[in-house]
Design a protein around this ligand. Structure first.
Ligand SMILES: *[C@@H]1O[C@H](CO)[C@@H](O)[C@H](O)[C@H]1NC(C)=O
Ligand SMILES: *[C@@H]1O[C@H](CO)[C@@H](O)[C@H](O)[C@H]1NC(C)=O
Ligand SMILES: *[C@@H]1O[C@H](CO)[C@@H](O)[C@H](O)[C@H]1NC(C)=O
Ligand SMILES: *[C@@H]1O[C@H](CO)[C@@H](O)[C@H](O)[C@H]1NC(C)=O
Length: 421
């Protein structure tokens, strides 16, 4: 009897599974993307496969369907019900997805931690109807520092999913003291270099207690950072070949510079506690006090600055296009005057006058302009407007010159990207 009920529940689960995918994820989210929280996740249009979640002693990963979406909020639902605590339950997780670039997204989990599962999930007895607000039960607005990065697999090493590190991390410190969250364990004699291409913790770092070291190599890339108040939160990518046990692929740094001292804390995966600051972090987070600053460096590839450069480039293109357009208009006007004179000559000559091969070549060269002549020729207002545009023509010429001056400046800064002052 029990088995029959179980089987019938399973079949309904399968039925629900087939009609479950009611929404699709953003088009770019296909294939493998690496979450700073969950590691590699495999997306297709409406399914995330093998999302790691310890639902029970035997279930450590589940497939999730896109169940319902509203704007950037996606409610995902496990494709199969899980037996947990003697019940068949469906797992729901609410995600708020933000696009950062084609190879990088960030998201917030909108579901609170289920204390029995110890993960962000809403378990609901199977076949129970729940609404989005039931599963998206975390208080809004979500603490802005609790973002999770999602980067397209492989795009760290191509550089496309990397971000330049925030200014807090762009300095060299020769004295770095590392402590655990409650200051009971200390490791001195470390140094930090944020001015070479990657971030690097060196010296005795690798020899510190394992609870004070989240990376074997001490080499990191910055993935995404946000400044909230006077604390900057950065999710970094640990460049270790493999991670296990006490090391993590991604961690979140909260940093605050005070004078020439940098206070930083680090928490595995993402900054899950809104009260993490440069000097306060929950266990198992670690704390850094970095002093003896020997140099600072500014990496110019930050989002805002590159946005500004893109703006300048677009502006330059528009100005050049405008100048070219004006040039063409003026050229056509000039050609038009010549044509008018030529037409005068032609009408005076015989209509059946045979064209020479030279004239054919010429007519081919100007064939782009020739068909446009009739509309322009009788169009007096256009010719007049050309004349009124004349005073403006000196203006666009100096502007492209300005733009050209910007390019070398841009390149100059880009090549001096990691140049330390
Ligand atoms: C998504 O993946 C699932 C499982 O591999 C498969 O059944 C489904 O057809 C896929 N969807 C598309 C649109 O490929
Ligand atoms: C669940 O929702 C569907 C659609 O809104 C409805 O048809 C169905 O009766 C509901 N089931 C329960 C058990 O409330
Ligand atoms: C990071 O690791 C990759 C793969 O092992 C390696 O190719 C690359 O050089 C490393 N980058 C840095 C900056 O150490
Ligand atoms: C930070 O937040 C956590 C979870 O809300 C709480 O348990 C902890 O006491 C807070 N820590 C501090 C220093 O306020």
């Amino acid at each position: 009897m029990d088995i029959n009920i179980f089987l019938s529940l399973l079949t309904t689960t399968v039925l629900i599974r087939k009609i479950g995918a009611a929404c699709t994820f953003p088009d770019e989210l296909r294939g493998t993307w690496v979450s700073s929280h969950k590691g590699a996740l495999s997306f297709n249009d409406s399914l995330i496969t093998e999302y790691p979640i310890q639902m029970s002693a035997v279930v450590s990963a589940l497939d999730f369907n896109c169940h319902e979406s509203s704007g950037r909020t996606y409610l995902i639902k496990s494709t199969t019900a899980v037996i947990a605590f003697g019940q068949l339950i469906d797992a729901y997780i609410c995600l708020d997805l933000y696009r950062v670039s084609a190879t990088k997204y960030k998201y917030f989990i909108g579901t609170t931690v289920d204390s029995s599962i110890n993960d962000y999930v809403k378990g609901v007895m199977t076949q129970t109807n729940i609404s989005m607000s039931d599963a998206c039960n975390r208080a809004t607005p979500y603490a802005a520092n609790t973002f999770i990065t999602l980067v397209k697999d492989g795009e760290i090493y191509t550089g496309s999913a990397q971000a330049s590190c925030p200014s807090d991390l762009s300095a060299v410190y020769s004295t770095v003291v590392i402590k655990n969250s409650d200051d009971t364990t200390t490791c001195s004699g470390n140094s930090y270099d944020g001015c070479s291409q990657k971030l690097s913790f060196k010296s005795t770092y690798q020899a510190c207690a394992t609870s004070l070291v989240f990376s074997g190599s001490g080499d990191f890339y910055c993935l995404h950072s946000e400044t909230i108040g006077d604390v900057t939160y950065t999710i970094v990518w640990n460049n270790d070949t493999t991670v296990s046990g006490t090391t993590y692929r991604s961690t979140c740094l909260a940093t605050q510079t005070s004078g020439s001292v940098l206070y930083a804390t680090e928490y595995p995966e993402f900054c899950r506690y809104s009260n993490q600051t440069g000097s306060s972090v929950m266990s198992p987070g670690i704390k850094y006090t970095m002093s003896s600053q020997s140099q600072t460096c500014v990496i110019n590839k930050t989002g805002g600055q590159s946005g500004f450069y893109y703006f300048l480039i677009v502006l330059g293109i528009l100005l050049v296009a405008g100048a070219v357009f004006l040039g063409v208009v003026l050229y056509m006007k000039y050609k038009n005057k010549i044509r008018m004179m030529e037409l005068d000559v032609y009408t005076k000559e015989s209509k059946s006058r045979p064209t020479t091969s030279k004239e054919e070549d010429q007519s081919k060269k100007t064939s782009d302009l020739t068909p446009k002549l009739p509309p322009i020729f009788p169009n007096k207002p256009l010719i007049q407007s050309n004349e009124t545009e004349n005073p403006e023509t000196p203006e666009p010429e100096p502007k492209p010159a300005n733009v050209e001056r910007i390019y070398p400046e841009d390149e100059g800064q880009a090549t001096a990207e990691n140049h330390c002052h």
